[in-house]
Write a protein that binds this ligand. Structure first.
Ligand SMILES: [Zn+2]
Length: 242
């Protein structure tokens, strides 16, 4: 039925695995100033503070009690069993999609598990938390790695590839995204413009709710497995997926 699917995932799917989100009530942005920990200027002022902030996130992610949930797992099943094209675009910087087993994945806001050379932009997998001892191997002298995270005022990663996928997809699904952060919030408009079916999975009504043709309200871990069943069985998605 569908040939090309683009799936956008956001904080909601990670929150169900127990990770703290940035934007919700009690979110991380209530405790930290965005300009201090999530801007290039903040990092230039105090790199140690920024490293500590992401280290806390890193430790939570690797603390042993955070695992992919049924929502992540269902997307792996889709990747394995779906015959057409699939691209998962995530706004999340955690590695829960990878841990579940997803490969056709693009981290548009970067990855907590990687550091990046500020000069060459080469990325390096981090086995332990951030610190000044993490330097690149691509430059002489070696450069201190910065978090491989897209900060406010920086360009998201892979926009050309995402745009191309949206231009040609016939199904666009947004899972657990607030719909407030551009350019991701505008992906649904692009997909609609190109005639794709657009489906939203969210615990609450998101800001860009009205842009989606279909709305499935509930937990990603509950709805996404059923959604994947529908797609794999060749059915068209409707408001009620049983
Ligand atoms: Zn380098």
């Amino acid at each position: 039925m569908y040939r090309q699917i683009v799936i956008l995932t956001g904080a909601g799917i990670s929150a169900e695995s127990g990770l703290r989100t940035f934007r919700d009530q009690d979110g991380l942005w209530e405790e930290h100033k965005i300009e201090d920990v999530a801007t290039p200027e903040g990092y230039a002022r105090d790199p140690e503070l920024v490293d500590r902030f992401y280290n806390t996130r890193w430790s939570q992610l690797h603390g042993g009690d955070v695992e992919p949930n049924q929502g992540h797992n269902a997307l792996v099943r889709l990747e394995r069993e779906f015959d057409g094209e699939l691209l998962i675009v995530t706004q999340n910087i955690d590695d829960l999609h990878e841990r579940a087993g997803s490969h056709r994945l693009l981290h548009m806001h970067g990855e907590l598990s990687k550091g990046r050379c500020p000069r060459s932009r080469q990325t390096f997998l981090l086995k332990d938390p951030f610190g000044p001892e993490h330097t690149c191997t691509c430059c002489i002298p070696a450069q201190r790695l910065r978090p491989h995270v897209v900060w406010f005022g920086e360009m998201p990663i892979g926009l050309d590839r995402i745009q191309h996928a949206l231009d040609t997809c016939d199904l666009f699904i947004a899972i657990g995204t607030s719909g407030t952060v551009y350019p991701a919030a505008g992906f649904v408009d692009t997909a609609n413009h190109h005639g794709a079916q657009t489906v939203e999975v969210n615990l609450v009504e998101a800001d860009r709710h009205s842009q989606f043709q279909y709305h499935l309200q509930g937990k990603a871990s509950d709805i996404v497995p059923r959604l994947v069943d529908q797609i794999l069985s060749g059915n068209v998605i409707k408001d009620n997926i049983g």
